[in-house]
Design a protein around this ligand. Structure first.
Ligand code: SAH
Length: 342
């Protein structure tokens, strides 16, 4: 069976040709899937019944189901839990910003990267998500809220560059003018630093933002928090980022979760400034969200502000991330896990 929602329009056209249907049917079907966000072949009312039956026989049409939705009383952020066709669950978060609505999607069910502060990795990786299952998270949320989604961040559960081919397919369909037509500039992919994936990504000719989860000022400290650092060294990672900028002209975002006593001192900030020198970038500081299993603590607001000031004094752009949806565990690294340990 073909996963029809993961097909590019030219691939869908090939299939339509192979079953001797008129070429324009491909565009009609693609529009139903990616613009009208339909959930079943029988909704495709301008497609003949015979063709609909043929599609049902040949193709899978993924449709994720909303299991729960929690809405933050503080800021209207919504956290969705969806179940996939095989019973796996994934979470996605809907956030309202002044510049538009943003959805944070998961790219895998679980994760195998093992970052010490992250709850998503505790149960390991179950499986990769299909491109269609990544799209479905956005499609469902847009339908559920009845509001246009204009920004997408691949920052939920999973390591997107560990699911590379499906990720690229997802981005191209998401930003296709025949689909939701979300601007590539409004798509951010966050990675723990898989260098081969970063190098491939810079050749794709995509205008997306790359976010790197750095979280440390040097190799030694990074290894303590992120096992992936043992495979991909600190300097090589920064070099890959420079190369990414040179190739794409897109400024890199570095995410830096502040963990009291580990990476949040002024010395750490100075060392980080040195490491990022002359690299067009932006540092997003996130006081670590406590996860019961980790025992890690966030620094207090004075320490966070001092860290930011030190970066800025050294010419590094930095912001402290406003955490939306804290009251619903919508914050980074907290997705999916709670349900599995209940
Ligand atoms: N695997 C990708 C994307 C998912 S994680 C990556 O590593 O970037 C999204 C972001 O949340 C990453 O920067 C991650 O390091 C961060 N994060 C995970 N757990 C966190 C926690 N408990 N507190 C703060 N940030 C966390």
């Amino acid at each position: 069976m073909t996963d029809i929602k993961s097909l590019y329009l030219p691939e869908l056209s090939e299939y339509i040709k192979s079953i001797n249907e008129k070429p324009f049917r491909a565009k009609q079907i693609y529009t139903w899937l990616h613009k009208d966000l339909c959930n079943g072949f029988d909704e495709m009312t301008n497609i003949s019944k015979d063709l609909r039956e043929k599609l049902k026989g040949d193709c899978d049409l993924t449709d994720i189901q909303k299991v729960t939705m929690q809405e933050s009383k503080e800021d209207g952020t919504r956290k969705y839990l969806f179940s996939l066709s095989d019973g796996e669950t994934v979470e996605s978060v809907f956030m309202r910003y002044h510049h538009g609505n943003s959805v944070c999607i998961s790219s895998q069910a679980g994760c195998r990267m093992g970052c010490k502060f992250c709850a998503s990795t505790i149960g390991g990786l179950s499986r990769n998500l299909l491109a269609s299952e990544m799209l479905d998270q956005i499609y469902k949320i847009q339908k559920d809220t009845n509001e246009r989604v204009s920004n997408v961040v691949v920052m939920g559960t999973g390591e997107p560059l560990d699911n590379y081919d499906n990720l690229i397919r997802f981005i191209r369909i998401l930003t296709d003018e025949n689909g939701l037509n979300i601007s590539q500039r409004n798509v951010t992919v966050s990675t723990c630093g898989l260098i081969p994936g970063i190098k491939k990504l810079m050749e794709e000719d995509l205008n997306i933002t790359l976010a790197i989860s750095l979280h440390a000022p040097n190799q030694k400290k990074r290894e303590e928090l992120m096992p992936v650092a043992k495979s991909f060294g600190y300097e090589d990672l920064i070099d890959a980022c420079r190369e990414y900028f040179d190739k794409t002209g897109r400024r890199i975002t570095f995410e830096y979760s502040l963990v009291h006593g580990q990476n949040s001192s002024e010395d750490d900030a100075r060392e980080l400034s040195g490491a990022l020198k002359r690299l067009p970038c932006h540092v997003n500081l996130i006081p670590v969200n406590p996860v019961r299993e980790t025992g890690m603590k966030a620094p207090n607001t004075t320490e966070v502000a001092a860290f930011k000031n030190t970066l800025e004094k050294n010419g590094i752009n930095a912001t402290i991330r406003r955490e939306l949806g804290r009251d619903i565990d919508g914050a980074c690294g907290q997705l999916r896990h709670k349900r599995q340990t209940k």
